[in-house]
Design a protein around this ligand. Structure first.
Ligand code: HPA
Length: 290
């Protein structure tokens, strides 16, 4: 059998087409017409366990990803695959109930597609959450970590391909991708609510298999505090188009090899469910303080 690359992945000779600015505009126009020109202040991309926040949106308008041109459905378990537009704690938001992960077969460009579309609708802030494995052995599973930086060594990034100048520059600065102003808001909010909040570096792994213990040790040596399979595509795209970003991780489990036991998706889901009341209140309070 002759090997052919997965059709949705870019290859070295770049057979896969990239999105054009017109594609993003077409998606944004459809959303604008379906939402009576709703202009969100913030985009919320909610990871495992927090999707229910979308159901708290007031005056909600739901739009399924499958009905928007150029969008792909989200196939991850527990991800509904739709936008919710409306207000949360008095702020106009677009909530993604379900995100696209590269492990579903998407390129980083596809995984980050929605960010640019919602930027075109007016959003200037991205709140992104995820569940991840805890690499830092001084910390415990179940804690929350404010992301202050990330490491992405694998795979092409979401900006791979022709640069779309309408969104940003060819070589965007990554020095303060996780906006210091929003980090301050997160710290103050955590303090006011008595929520212990760790701060650290999120390292991206493509998944869907969990990391090996050796990969986790390597991540620790490189300076990572958490390992996970999401967030970085969306964050890079958001930073490129000038959005402020706050990223918060639920340290759902100790990463592979830290404890003498295997990891499972069920453990991650249980941790996500257990953290949901505190995690959601924290995110809502941060949003309120914007
Ligand atoms: N590794 C990667 N992704 C994850 C993990 C992990 O240990 N836990 C939850 N998401």
């Amino acid at each position: 059998m002759i090997y052919t690359a997965h059709p949705s992945r870019p290859t070295a000779d770049d057979a896969a087409p990239h999105f054009t600015y017109a594609d993003y505009c077409e998606s944004a126009d459809v959303l604008a017409s379906r939402t009576q020109d709703f202009c969100p202040e913030a985009l919320l991309i909610l990871g495992s366990g927090l999707g229910f926040l979308g159901d708290r949106v007031e005056e909600a308008i739901f739009v399924d990803y499958g009905s928007i041109p150029h969008f792909r459905p989200s196939t991850a378990p527990g991800h509904k695959g739709r936008f919710v537009f409306g207000t949360l704690r008095g702020k106009r938001v677009a909530v993604m109930q379900g995100r696209m992960h590269c492990y579903e077969g998407y390129t980083m460009e596809q995984a980050a597609y929605a960010v640019r579309v919602v930027r075109l609708l007016g959003a200037k802030t991205l709140f992104v959450t995820n569940a991840a494995g805890c690499v830092n052995t001084d910390w415990s599973a179940g804690e929350l970590m404010l992301i202050n930086d990330h490491i992405k060594l694998f795979d092409f990034g979401p900006l791979y391909g022709p640069n779309l100048e309408e969104f940003g520059t060819r070589f965007p600065d990554m020095t303060t991708v996780y906006t210091p102003r929003l980090q301050s808001i997160a710290r103050e909010t955590a303090k006011a609510q008595n929520i212990p909040l760790r701060e650290g570096v999120y390292m991206y792994f493509p998944g869907p298999q969990f990391e090996t213990p050796a990969e986790v040790r390597a991540a620790r040596i490189l300076g990572a505090d958490a390992v996970g399979m999401s967030t970085v595509p969306e964050t890079i795209a958001a930073a490129h188009c000038g959005m402020e970003v706050m990223g918060v991780t639920l340290l759902a489990n100790m990463a592979a090899g830290v404890l003498p036991q295997p990891l499972s998706g069920a453990e991650v889901n249980a941790a996500a469910e257990a953290s949901a009341p505190v995690f959601s209140e924290f995110i809502l309070s941060c949003l309120e303080s914007l």
